[in-house]
Design a protein around this ligand. Structure first.
Ligand code: ADP
Length: 618
């Protein structure tokens, strides 16, 4: 759907504005037209007075003539002897002379029966003489003693004229009627010189004088049939039917003024300001039609000026409103931004508080963990100690046997030495004593190892001799090794390896691994343990391989779990490997388990090589 040029919500306002604009334009146009019409009206009133004045002047110029005739002796003589041709000829000549001098259309005298007895046009073919004019209103008016006034077409001449009549008395008796006919043709012709149109209508509203001949014999109002018959009887006009003026009255301005739309011969209409002036002395009315095109032009000019002016006003208004809206929008945006800022600040504050709380929680957690770690560490140490004691317990029988053997030997040697001493065989005694001393040394070494094993180890990492640690571990287990007749195959380099560890703990790890191997080799024919090393950059891997049953694959993932044991004896607590792994990690070492392809288990202890060599091993 195409978008509207004006937003939908603005439509009522826009409609209202358009309505107001139209109303305003209409008012302005109306005002301009009225102003121009008023100007035309003022000018028209003045001109109308002038036209009316010219009509009055024309008529009044001849109004004295009937009186002159009435007083003339020749006329009176003729009226006294109407049949006298001499008197008639004299009167005719008189009338002819006066008519010529006065410039009237004609002068004539009627007897009391309405018959023309003398006339200024007595010489002409259409002379009035002998004609009867009783049907004429000017005769009828004069017959009853009043001066007559009548405008009509001459029945004899066919020329229009204004008839003024006067009764002629002889000793209070009406003897005749003097009549002057005034032509208004010259006056009418003079009016045509003006730009406007002038109409004169009689008391029956029939236009008889008009600058536009087309409008003559037209009626301002419909003529009733009775009036029409009166006109016919008086033979006032040759026409018997009087069509209405081809006029449409646009609008009345006042009683005597209106705007007319007048159609011309081609049916084109033209606008006129029509002003009416009653002429009561004639019982006529005069109409002045002024071209009102200028009023229409003024109205159009107002429209042409008004539209751009209104457009400019609206544009200004629109620009002002736009600007005001922009400012308002900017303020709103600013307020929104501030609000958003406040919200953001609040969020940051909230988030900071959250973070502080999380931080606090983390700190607490760290403290708890540290505490747990310390506890774990302590527990581990305890476990190591417990495991050592367990090993010691296990080894107790072997150690006892190990110590009993030299003790028994020493006892025998002592007894033997006493016998030899009694026999004075001092050399043999000496040999016995040497043997006893050797045995004592051996026993001392065993107990010293035990002591060092039982002692709680420190946490200090330092360079430790791998071979010394191995020897110490093997020595502690020597009795079992020999008992199980296990073949220990040490594939070690000539040079000693030094690793970063704590000596007692390394010894403990090695003892655990060797002891497990010995456990696995229990009851095996041809038992064997291979000990070898591998060096890779800073790491030294010590591998302990046995030819026992190996580790079941499903046990491998749980092998280093505390208390995981497959052994059935009470001493096996399943702690050896887990403790060993913990110790290894403590010193950055790693402990892994696997099976050899040919069978048997393989444990690898990956140790950090020590850069320094130090003979610190006890
Ligand atoms: P324990 O010796 O008390 O059982 P350890 O943690 O030392 O506990 O050993 C866990 C288990 O690992 C043993 O029970 C055994 O099943 C297995 N194991 C350890 N060493 C070997 C080995 N060399 N050969 C076969 N199995 C072994």
């Amino acid at each position: 759907m195409s978008r509207l040029l004006i937003p939908r919500r603005r439509l009522p306002l826009t409609g209202l504005l358009l309505l107001l604009s139209s109303a305003m334009l209409w008012l302005i146009m109306n005002w301009a037209e009225r102003t121009e019409l008023a100007r035309l009206q003022a000018a028209g009133s003045h001109r109308l007075e002038i036209y009316a004045g010219s009509l009055r002047n024309t008529v009044s110029r001849y109004s004295y003539l009937p009186r002159v005739l009435a007083l003339n002796q020749e006329v009176r003589d003729l009226l006294a002897h109407p049949q006298d041709p001499t008197l008639q000829a004299r009167a005719n000549r008189y009338l002819e002379t006066i008519n010529q001098e006065a410039g009237s259309a004609s002068l004539f005298v009627l007897d009391i029966d309405g018959t023309a007895i003398a006339s200024s046009n007595w010489r002409e073919a259409g002379s009035y003489i002998g004609n009867h004019y009783t049907f004429r209103p000017y005769y009828q008016q004069a017959r009853v003693g009043r001066p007559g006034r009548f405008y009509g077409i001459g029945t004899t001449t066919g020329q229009a004229g204004y008839f003024l009549s006067l009764p002629i008395y002889q000793q209070r008796a009406l003897i005749g009627i003097a009549v002057v006919k005034v032509s208004l043709d010259a006056l009418e012709a003079s009016w045509k010189a003006g730009a406007e149109q002038v109409l004169v209508a009689d008391h029956q509203h029939i236009v008889f004088l008009a600058t536009d001949t087309r409008l003559k014999m037209r009626a301002l109002q419909p003529v009733p049939p009775a009036v029409q018959s009166v006109i016919r009887d008086s033979r006032q006009y040759t026409a018997t039917h009087f069509p209405a003026l081809p006029v449409h009255i646009d609008r009345p301005v006042d009683v005597n003024t209106a705007v007319w739309q007048l159609s011309d011969a081609n049916g084109q209409t033209q606008q006129f300001l029509t002003q009416r002036l009653p002429l009561p002395e004639f019982d006529w009315q005069m109409l002045l039609l002024t071209d009102a095109a200028s009023a229409r032009r003024a109205s159009h000019a107002a429209l042409y000026a008004g539209v751009p002016t209104l457009a400019a006003i609206y544009f200004g208004l629109f620009a002002y409103l736009q600007r005001r809206r922009r400012i308002r929008d900017n303020l709103a945006a600013k307020a929104l931004l501030e609000q958003a800022n406040n919200v953001l600040e609040q969020k940051v504050a909230d988030r900071t508080q959250d973070l502080q709380q999380i931080n606090q929680a983390l700190s607490d957690e760290i403290r708890v963990r540290q505490h747990a770690e310390a506890e774990l560490h302590a527990t581990q140490n305890e476990l190591i100690q417990a495991a050592k004691l367990a090993v010691l317990g296990q080894m107790a029988a072997g150690i006892t046997h190990e110590l009993n053997q030299p003790l028994a030997a020493m006892r025998t040697l002592t007894d033997n030495a006493q016998t030899l001493l009694a026999r004075q065989q001092s050399a043999a005694v000496q040999s016995n004593l040497n043997l006893i001393a050797n045995l004592t040394d051996r026993m001392g070494r065993i107990t010293s190892q035990l002591r060092s094993f039982a002692r709680r180890g420190g946490d200090d990492a330092r360079p430790v001799s791998l071979q010394a640690s191995l020897s110490a571990a093997l020595m502690l287990l020597d009795q079992r090794i020999r008992q199980q007749q296990v073949d220990i195959d040490m594939i070690l380099p000539r040079d000693d390896y030094w690793v970063v560890f704590e000596p007692i703990k390394l010894e403990q790890v090695l003892i655990n691994l060797l002891r497990n191997a010995l456990d696995a080799l229990q009851g095996r024919a041809d038992p064997r343990i291979v000990i070898r090393t591998q060096v890779h950059e800073t790491q030294i891997t010590l591998m302990l391989q046995d030819n026992g049953p190996g580790i079941e694959s499903n046990h491998l993932p749980r092998l280093f779990d505390p208390f995981f044991s497959t052994k059935r004896d009470h001493d096996s607590m399943g702690l050896g490997l887990s403790i060993s792994l913990a110790i290894a990690h403590e010193f950055g070492a790693e402990l892994t388990a696997g099976n050899l392809p040919e069978g048997g288990a393989c444990f690898s202890l990956i140790l950090q090589a020590s850069p320094q060599k130090e003979a610190t091993h006890a």
